[in-house]
Design a protein around this ligand. Structure first.
Ligand code: PMP
Length: 426
């Protein structure tokens, strides 16, 4: 990276928008699971959670270019690629989730879901899980603890404890952990209702990214959904990170908990790097919201977005990528588990499909977060040609979110590099 590029970034970009790594790299291209820098050096991509099919997937590039040269406009015109896409997209969802509101980012999708839930319930309060991130618009930042911590939590936001079986009150050995963590949420519903302010919604991710790649314990979401329904609160599954087969076991994360939410929000992977996002809900909810006025987004559901989204769905299906996420994800965690046997710094290895977390601690008994070491590990992995980054409230969890085309050979490359870095010590 040249001095002048860094200076220009310094001048023109907000300083709250830092680059990855202390010595940033100029990336010039990417293909499959690898980035390439200005010197042609390759880096295995295990941190980018957008390019589901791998970078520069030929079929997606062709679909985008073909559609862009043929027709691109807004969705108040009729074009077939939109209906073809909505048919294919809703076929992946449970019956009843049939109506698609196309937008351009995950933040917009969550913003719209909250607006609908509030309008339809006539209420303001929202229950969330601590340490979540749901996006940047004003409304959504209000329900994203990592953001509102800087400017104060609105009265209407009610965080509930992270159902963390590594650090929390109920561990992996407790078969009732899911139900016990769920009771914190349902107690919050009850408390709010007793105060005459039952919530508009419960908003959750089906695997908690910002909280440190926390897998929801079995039996967590079902009692929450039941209680939400009893209280007249809507359920919103934020699938912006984990949807589209990434969790391996199911196409949508909430399906691994056997529930059906009122709203599903999605983005990121949906366009394999091209901005496509959506909110999906039922016809009944949609019609009730229609009474509030018209919904329109200029770019939401544009023909190029639909052509790209449709091609992504076809490739996931034809290349059996959900299955790959399941098998390679399990293989990766097995290999990381072997590393944990030899390196005390690894406190926990967890995940579902190709969506994992490796929590680093300085002491396995006290579980003191190894925050500084985690950043150093990421810097050293970069020198080894592997891109990984920290997450979690203490920044001590390596988040591993590679494309679903990740192979066992890639998993070996990652774990062997991590082994070398941990072996070398500091
Ligand atoms: N929800 C989740 C779970 C996310 O991780 C993100 C982005 N990191 C968003 C919503 C917001 O999406 P976007 O950046 O596309 O607005």
């Amino acid at each position: 990276v040249t001095e002048s590029t860094l200076k220009a970034r310094e001048r023109h970009l907000p300083h709250s928008h830092p680059t990855y790594f202390s010595e940033p790299v100029t990336m010039v291209r990417a293909k499959g699971c690898r980035f390439y820098d200005e010197y042609g050096r390759g880096y295995l991509d295990a941190l980018n959670n957008v390019t589901l099919l791998g970078h520069g997937h030929n079929r997606v590039v062709t679909a985008a270019a073909r559609q862009l040269s043929r027709l691109n406009t807004n969705s108040r015109f009729v074009y077939n690629v939109l209906t073809e896409y909505t048919e294919a997209l809703t076929a992946t969802l449970p019956d009843g989730l049939d109506v698609v509101y196309f937008v351009n980012s995950g933040s917009e999708a969550n913003d719209l879901a909250l607006r609908m839930a509030r309008y339809l319930s006539g209420r303001d309060d929202v229950v969330i899980i601590e340490d979540a991130y749901h996006g940047y618009t004003a409304t959504v930042a209000d329900v994203s603890p990592s953001r509102y911590k800087h400017y104060g939590k609105p009265e209407t936001t009610h965080p509930t404890p992270v159902p963390d079986r590594y650090r929390g009150d109920y561990g992996h050995e407790d078969p009732q952990a899911g139900a016990k963590y769920a009771s914190h949420v349902t107690d919050t519903f009850d408390r709010l209702a007793a105060d005459g302010r039952a919530p508009a919604a419960f908003l959750y991710e089906s695997l908690l990214a910002g909280a440190g790649q926390i897998v929801l314990p079995p039996g967590y979401l079902a009692p929450i959904h039941t209680a939400a329904r009893q209280h007249g609160a809507f359920t919103i599954a934020d699938e912006v990170q984990v949807g589209f087969g990434r969790l391996g076991e199911a196409f949508w994360g909430f399906q691994t908990q056997g529930v059906v939410p009122d709203f599903v929000t999605m983005g990121k992977a949906m366009g394999n790097g091209f901005p496509v996002a959506a909110l999906v809900t039922t016809r009944e909810i949609s019609e009730a919201f229609d009474r509030a006025g018209r919904f329109f987004s200029t770019y939401g559901g544009n023909p190029v977005a639909c052509a790209v989204g449709l091609e992504v769905l076809r490739v996931v299906d034809e290349e059996r990528l959900q299955h790959n996420a399941f098998t390679v994800g399990q293989y990766l965690r097995d290999r990381l588990g072997e590393l944990a046997d030899r390196h005390d710094l690894i406190g926990d290895v967890r995940g579902q499909g190709l969506y994992s977390g490796v929590e680093l601690v300085t002491n396995r008994v006290t579980k003191e977060p190894a925050s500084a070491e985690t950043l150093t590990v990421c810097e050293r992995l970069k020198e080894e040609g592997v891109l990984v980054y920290p997450t979690g409230p203490a920044w001590n969890v390596l988040k591993l979110k590679p494309p679903l085309t990740f192979t066992r050979a890639h998993a070996d490359e990652l774990t062997e590099a991590l082994d070398r870095v941990l072996e070398a010590g500091w």
